[in-house]
Every structure is written in C-alpha cells, then in structure tokens.
Design a protein around this ligand. Structure first.
Ligand code: NAD
Length: 492
C-alpha cells in the first residue's frame, strides 16, 4: 500500500479519520490483489491518497460479515440501536470541521456547503434514531370467526448502499441511518471519487459502538462491486443514488434475486416564474437553485421558465446575481463555487454550451475573471434555448443555466413536464390559484413553492418517472428497509 499522503491528514484535528482501507467486519483491510487507486483533489489535481481495489472474494466477505452480524443487530431493542445511532450523531458533530475539510478536498465544494452537508447528513442519523422506535405493526379486524389478525414490521435483511460523489456524506447517512435503525446491517459502496468521507463515517461509526459486520465499506471497480452485490441473494435491499443509466443497470442485475429496490436517480428540474413575481427576487432564488455545488446537484434548476412579461428584466437580474458568484478552491474564504469533479465533467459542460450556441442560443458569461485550473468552469447562462438542445434534454450537472420564456400557465406545465425525469421542480408566484393549478400539474416527486430549500430528514424525498423508485427520509424512508409480516392466529 502506498504511504499515506499528508495533504489530507495535515489539515485535520484528528488525522486518524483518514483511512486508506476498506472496512470489513470491523477491520481495516487492504485489497488482496494489491491493486489500488488514487483519489485526487479536483481543485489542484494533487493526489490526496489511495484506496484499495477489492477482489470479488473480499466483497463477498463483507456480505458474510453482514450476514453473521444480522441476528445480533436485529435482536437489539430499538432503543439500544437508537443509543448507538445517537452516539454516531454526536461524533459527527464533534468532528464536523474535519468532515467538512475532507469533503471539500476530495469533492471540491465550497467549505460552507460542506459544513452544511455535515449538518444535513447528521440530521438523518438523529431523525432515524428516533424513528426506529416507532416501526409499529397493526391489528386487523378479523373477517374470519375465532381468529386474530395483525402485522409485524421486521428488518428486510442486509442492505447494499451505492452512493454518488456529489453529496459524499448525506447520501450515505440518508440510507444507512434508516437501514440501521430498522435493524438491517449495511454494505456501503461509496463513489471512488469521494471515498474518504465514507471511510471517516465508518471510523466514527466504530467509535460510536456499531458492532463489527453491521456497517461495512467496500471499494473497488464499480461494475465488479455491483455485480457481486446485485447477484448476492443474502442482500435483500439495494438502495442506489446516482445516474439513471447506472440505476437501470443495477435494476437489471438485481432482477435474478428479486431485491427491494430504492432508486434515487437523475433530475432535470424546471423553475417556473409567474408574471406576478419581482424579477430580481425570483432571479436570485433561481441562481441559488441552479448553482449550488457548481450545478452538480440532482435538484439543480436546469430549465428556468419565465413568464414573457418579465423575461427581459429577469435575465438582467440573473446575469447580475450569477456574476456575483465567486469561483475558486473550495477551501478559500468567500468562495461560492468550487471546481467540477473531473475533466470529463468540464468537457460535458462545454459540449452543452457549444451545442446550444450552434443551434441558436445566446451565451451570457459571468463578468468575473475565469479561474485557472483544469476542472474550473465559470457559471454561464444560455437564453433563447429550445427543445432539442442538450441544455433542455439532458441532466446538465454543471454550472450551465438555461432560460426560456412562456406565455400561459398551461404552457409552463407542459414545458416543465417535457422530460423523462421527475425529481425536483420549483415554482415562484404569490397567486394562490396559480400555485394550486401548476403544483397539481407538475409530474415531479418534489415541488418547492417560493423556496429554494426543500429537503430535510422528515421529508419524503424521491422522484417519479425515470428519476427513481421509493422515498428517502421521513417515515417512508425507514419503510424501505422493513418487511410487513402478516399473522393470523386461528382457533382463538
Ligand atoms: P453514477 O451513476 O456515475 O455513480 C453512482 C455510483 O454508482 C457510484 O458509487 C459509482 O461508483 C457507481 N457506478 C458507476 N458506474 C457503475 C457501473 N457501471 N456499475 C455499477 N456501479 C457503478 O453517478 P455520479 O456521477 O456519482 O452522481 C451523479 C448522478 O447522481 C446524477 O445523475 C445525479 O442526479 C444523481 N443524484 C441523484 C440524487 C437523488 O437523490 N435523486 C442525489 C444525488 C445525485
């Protein structure tokens, strides 16, 4: 194993949070074949450290460990599991600055956003620590004589959790806290771009008293890991957050073992602005909804639909607000947008811009001086966009915004729904009848009216259409990890 880089550990109050190993059965483990992969800082290109590439047998060993731990974990009383989760939550709080630093170094996001994500991610642990005490069953009025009927809630079994790089901490805790609270052991496969946040979470989990085998982190070639996890009959639930393309692949790979599937996939959010809105207020909200995490957010407002009567004023206000965003290394004070995750993301952003301009859109650039560095991409706006352009048809996942005018509420609804995705949508208007009509017409799992912020631990988060299956957070979030066992007591 390559000697640990000090680029990460030197910046931390507790350097022991940096683990360059997989975490199997409570042990920090090398890859048996000796293969490893570098993890780089997207802002500087520097190598932060290495992670092992596990062999198939080691991934199966993680499932063996989870299987062996299952009986003990489910047998704990709900309040005992809750105490362990509360201890994990407290450790996230105690180490919040280190966790935020790790996240910014490996993901690139502004340190303020990383701090926010630690709080957001930790909130799921606290929420599910409580919710795990309330997995009630039912009694059912009997339709038969001399019988008592009811149902129990039981943990579904081992859960595999596969997560993306854009929210390296919260996408893990949103799943793991619910699964663990329900009594399910977990095998986590984080993104290879952001493994150190996941490994720090495992280290804190161990300190919190999560027993060996209950929480495992596997690393390696994504297609190898998913092949083993999907084909493994002992894994009863697969929860994935990532692109629709990979989600569809995992659904196919899981078909032969008929797992419970939870899919949090891509989005292409519309942001509708009504004619009654103050253009400046609405434009500031749209800029916030578009550019967080440099646009690499499944909730990012990609297709901004503005009523024709305020379109011109809105575009001017948007440009001004966009130009105030400071791009740079996420560790620096005052930076709003960090780099994109890697060179391919920069190429994709440029191709979206080129495609739109070739097809007749107008490009508006930020007035800020461009930042030097391979992975930096300055925020831009495209006006005059139309269907058939990549900026309309694809999930952009970049700081490229597009604005289109519309004339009637019906047209706004039709344009908003013109996508295979159905995750988030935004609506800005103070007209109550318009709110009700448009909200009911939007084919999205989440509708946020007059607010950019919408997510949180109590919220049923998830999409319709090709944005996914199932909901995370809220009481429905724990249901993803529970089976309903019906019982009939005859001869009563
Ligand atoms: P991705 O689909 O490329 O990767 C997600 C995970 O799948 C990673 O762990 C990755 O290593 C793994 N993976 C990649 N290729 C694989 C393969 N061939 N077989 C098996 N596993 C594979 O997504 P990403 O680039 O990490 O994240 C961006 C995507 O995630 C966007 O589409 C975004 O909308 C989506 N996302 C959705 C939500 C949500 O809640 N709906 C939240 C965040 C991100």
């Amino acid at each position: 194993m390559t000697a640990p880089s000090t680029l990460l550990s030197d910046r931390l109050q507790d350097p022991r949070l940096i683990r360059q190993y997989a975490y199997l059965n409570g042990k920090w483990t090398h890859g048996e074949g000796g293969r490893e992969e570098p993890v780089t800082d997207p802002a500087t290109g520097e190598v932060l450290g290495h992670i092992p590439v596990l062999e198939e047998a080691q991934i199966t060993a993680a499932v063996d460990a989870a299987d062996a731990a299952f009986a003990g974990w489910r047998a704990l009383r709900a309040n005992e599991r809750s105490e362990i989760l509360e201890a994990w939550y407290a450790l996230l709080q105690e180490n919040s600055e280190d966790l935020a630093t790790i996240m910014t170094l490996e993901q690139g996001k502004a340190i303020g956003d990383s701090r926010g994500e630690v709080q957001y991610g930790a909130s799921f642990i606290r929420w599910f620590a409580e919710e795990g005490k309330r997995t009630y069953g039912d009694t059912i009025p009997s339709h038969m004589p001399n019988a008592a009927l009811g149902s129990l809630k039981e943990p579904v079994g081992i859960a595999a959790l596969i997560t993306p790089w854009n929210f390296p901490l919260a996408m893990i805790t949103r799943k793991a806290a619910a699964a663990l609270a329900a009594g399910c052991p977990v095998v986590i496969k984080p993104s290879n771009e952001t493994p150190f946040t996941a490994l720090a979470l495992a280290e804190l989990g161990e300190r919190a008293g999560i027993p060996a085998g209950v929480l495992n982190v596997v690393l390696g070639e994504p297609s190898t890991v998913s092949k083993v996890l999907c084909a493994e009959p002992r894994i009863r639930a697969l929860s994935f957050t990532g692109s629709t393309r990979v989600g569809e692949l995992l659904m196919e790979q899981s078909a032969s073992t008929v797992k419970r599937l939870s899919m949090e996939l891509g989005g292409n959010a519309p942001f509708i602005v009504g004619p009654d809105m103050d253009p400046k207020e609405a434009a500031e909200a749209a800029v916030a909804a578009k550019f967080q995490t440099s646009g690499q957010d499944c909730l990012a407002a990609n297709r901004i639909l503005v009523h024709e009567s305020i379109h011109e004023a809105f575009v001017e206000a948007f440009k001004e607000s966009m130009s105030a965003l400071k791009v740079g290394n996420g560790l620096e004070d005052g930076v709003d947008l960090g780099p994109l995750i890697h060179g391919k993301a920069v190429e994709k952003a440029q191709s979206i811009v080129d495609d739109a301009v070739d097809k007749g859109a107008t490009l508006h650039e930020s007035t800020q001086t461009p930042v030097a560095g391979d992975n930096f991409f300055m925020p831009v706006l495209l006006t005059g966009i139309t269907r058939g352009m990549k900026v309309w048809d694809e999930e952009s996942f970049s700081p490229v915004a597009g604005i289109l005018p519309y004339s009637t509420d019906e047209e706004a609804i039709e344009l908003a729904n013109d996508t295979e995705y159905g995750l988030a949508s935004y609506l800005y208007t103070h007209d109550v009848r318009r709110i009700w009509k448009i909200m009911r017409g939007l084919e999205f799992g989440l509708v946020s009216v007059n607010s950019v912020k919408m997510t949180g631990a109590p919220v049923p988060f998830g999409g319709v259409k090709e944005s996914g299956l199932g909901r995370e957070g809220g009481p429905t979030g724990i249901e993803e990890y529970l089976e309903t066992k019906f019982f009939c007591l005859g001869g009563m």
